[in-house]
Design a binder for this molecule. Sequence first.
Ligand code: PLI
Length: 473
Amino acid sequence: MKRRTAEPYKIKAVEPLKMLNEQERKEALKKAGYNTFLINSEDVYIDLLTDSGTTAMSDRQWGTLMTGDEAYAGSKSWYKLEQAVKEIYGYNFVIPTHQGRGAENLLSQMKIKEGDYVPGNMYFTTTRAHQELNGATFVDIIIDEAHDSLYDHPFKGNVDLSKLESLIHEVGAEKIPYVCIAVTVNLAGGQPVSMKNMRDVYELCQKHGIDVMYDATRCVENAFFIQEREEGYTDKSIKDILKEMFSYSDGCTMSGKKDCLVNTGGFLAMNDEKLYTRARELVVLYEGMPSYGGLAGRDMEAMAQGIYESIDDNYIKHRIHQVRYLGEQLIEAGIPVVKPIGGHAVFLDAREFLPHLKHEELPAQSLAAALYLDSGVRSMERGIVSGGRNKVTGENNKPKLELVRLTIPRRVYTNNHMDVVADSVISLYEKRDQISGLKMTYEPPTLRFFNARFEPLSPSGELMTNETSSTTT
Ligand code: PLI
């Protein structure tokens, strides 16, 4: 008999949810220009837009808020956070930032020169934007399998070493300020990198005098996959795995809003003292003193506590299993999703889901809008709209993966919520031919997905061309 498991926490406070009817959802969607980023949160039933900053904090974290030291300089709370980062991630130096992109800004400004190349295992929107803003060209060195949504690979976030070697050969190591390795890879579907691959990348980079900087945003999730899948790690603790992972890098940027289990916060960490000294100067310009970096003392307290909670083996096991619980229901129903199911989200393959739509008709944007209309579940487009335009030609970047991300916040929803989401996706799949494409009616020049507006392409101007919702909400 298969024994079922449940959430490794009790619920102490609840936030009641508003449940709009179909007509109200239709109006909310139209008002938001069919962009799920622009829907008011109170109009959302189950919010799977992102796992970023949406974590439920523990009673201990809430408790630490009262002990936050709000001193402008030398806050006690900062020293607690610094200690937690050094202990768990193992770096020598830490600079706090208001969130991950604050750390990306500092790192990119300090290390990149005009005309440089930054290789990475698939792009992330803000990371690449900061690299480009500082004059670098991003080069994708992830294994080819990562671009194939159906290819089942235990470590689909791995770097293709031959791609990295070719780039070094082609442009020269002096044009590569660092290699950026994301653990896990968000846009590939939350896919992990193996320990062996991290070790190999580090060895290769050391040979050429190139730094390796991790995007550590979902590093605990990555550590779980190593424990689960990589030979020699089954009996190791998440804490030990993390330590080894970070030993194959020279520093990292971190969005604490994900695996540090807080609503805001981040940091830049490194082993090089010279880089740290420069970062201490630069952080004052953009974030604040090196002892708070844009954070309140209470935020730093909560993040220090969150870092320790995140490495609890029971917490992370449930976290990954909850995402898988949703993903496996969809796979069983024949829904096209990115395989294997990753760490923080289930990704619907919108081109397979809506084969009647051309890429220019924005299948992922349309599917995300249709899902909200069907059940009030909010998801996020990760496809051609998020891909933006080529900075030289101005053409749309056309990422091979055209996805809708169902991102599961940490410790927020129960498996019953996952069931409601699965029912809605399955019901939409049954009437998928009724979903119209969208056209962009307003396009902001940078990171357009946040604020762009759309309209249905159907002659009736409706998103669902023959509307009959099967949901009860
Ligand atoms: O949102 P920030 O600035 O704390 O972090 C930026 C960031 C960096 N790297 C990666 C892999 C991310 O996923 C990331 C932010 N992700 C968001 C907001 C998300 O919804 O996935």
